[in-house]
Design a protein around this ligand. Structure first.
Ligand code: TYM
Length: 336
């Protein structure tokens, strides 16, 4: 059976981008067709300046939102990355396979390190090595597929390279995974700046829709979205980035294609209104379920406890095999 691994990092509140680009697919499609693991990858939240209490709160909230989005813990393994030691254990071995040049070529590293430096801050070493930890997340489980948004594709490519290199040098150990991404809304853009990705850690939030935004807030943000010159509602990401982003969001909510919606609307205002309605309706059940789950923290904790247990069992044998393959001496009781 196909195995799937994916994750979300608790650096901010989950956004519409996370949902349309990844989480909804996990809940609606992936968990039904494959053996799936979905993780709140909290170690990744430590690569930039962070507040410990906030990371803990956001981790709990992200896990709760995965369940509220319809991920069923009876079908999929839902867990917190730091509860399973194998990720960090494998990451070090992969650091011994990856190269410094490879890490410095990662787009997210270039962008985020430039931002940190511009703010006058220092760049954590873990920001550079982050994609290796991500590779470990995936390879530890022998995942065949990694459903992600467009911005993570380069990291999955790196994961493939590391898996192939390790296998060639030390014998077949890892499954070589591939990224999958949704046809529509693989890169949802910021409503105030359609040239940039809608990201959790974006600044003001006016261009970002959070999954827990109240309906009137969602409406306001969409109605105030930046649009383009002209008045035709056409799908053209180059010439009309603002309108095309709204068309993608609407198409994704309705399960259609943005090209199919091209020419259907007579004004920007009408498109915005329908997009706002569609997003509000799509988020309503997620928000209701989230409210129920927040009232039952013991349930969420138990899901995470069982998830971590299962994840440990699934990852341990592969990581042990990698330790032996690379030349590390087995502990004495295992060697006997
Ligand atoms: P993260 O937490 O930034 O995002 C989680 C998922 O949401 C997708 N996504 C988007 N999709 C469309 N439009 C957007 N604006 C948008 N913003 C985010 C991301 O592509 C991602 O699929 N490095 C990863 C977390 C990670 C991971 C892994 C993922 C760590 N280990 C192993 C897969 C497998 C990240 O930062 O995702």
């Amino acid at each position: 059976m196909t195995r799937i691994f994916s994750g979300v990092k608790p650096t901010g509140h989950l956004t519409l981008g996370n949902y349309l680009g990844a989480v909804r697919q996990w809940a609606e499609v992936d968990q039904h067709r494959a053996e799936s693991l979905f993780s709140v990858v909290d170690l990744h939240a430590l690569t930039v300046d962070h507040d410990p209490g906030r990371v803990r709160r956001l981790s709990r909230q992200a896990a709760t939102l995965l369940l509220a989005s319809g991920i069923d813990p009876e079908r999929a393994t839902v867990f917190v990355q730091s509860h399973v030691d194998e990720h960090a254990r494998l990451s070090y071995l992969l650091e011994c396979v990856a190269t410094d040049g490879e890490m410095r070529r990662m787009i997210q590293y270039k962008e985020k390190s430039a931002l940190e430096r511009a703010r006058g801050g220092s760049v954590r070493l873990s920001l550079l090595t982050y994609p290796v930890l991500m590779a470990a997340d995936i390879l530890a489980y022998g995942a065949d597929e990694v459903p992600v948004g467009d911005d993570q594709v380069q990291h999955v490519e790196l994961t493939r390279d590391l898996a192939v290199r390790f296998n060639q040098r030390y014998g077949h150990t890892f499954v070589v995974p591939r990224a999958t991404y949704p046809k529509v809304a693989a890169r949802v853009m910021d409503l105030q700046d359609p040239a940039s990705k809608m990201g959790k850690s974006g600044d003001a939030g006016a261009g970002i829709i959070y999954l827990l935004d109240e309906p009137d807030v969602v409406r306001k943000k969409i109605l105030r979205a930046v649009t383009d010159s002209g008045s035709e509602v056409e799908y053209d990401r180059e010439a009309k980035p603002g309108i095309s982003n709204l068309l993608e969001i609407l198409a994704s909510c309705e399960g259609g294609s943005p090209e199919g919606l091209s020419g259907v609307y007579e004004s920007y205002g009408a498109l915005k209104k329908d997009t706002a309605d569609a997003v509000v309706e799509m988020l309503r059940p997620v928000q209701e379920k989230h409210k129920e789950l927040v009232a039952d923290p013991a349930y969420v904790e138990e899901v995470l406890r069982r998830g971590a247990e299962r994840a440990r069992e699934m990852s341990r044998p592969t990581v042990d095999t990698a330790y032996r393959a690379i030349g590390l001496l087995p502990p004495v009781d295992e060697a006997r």
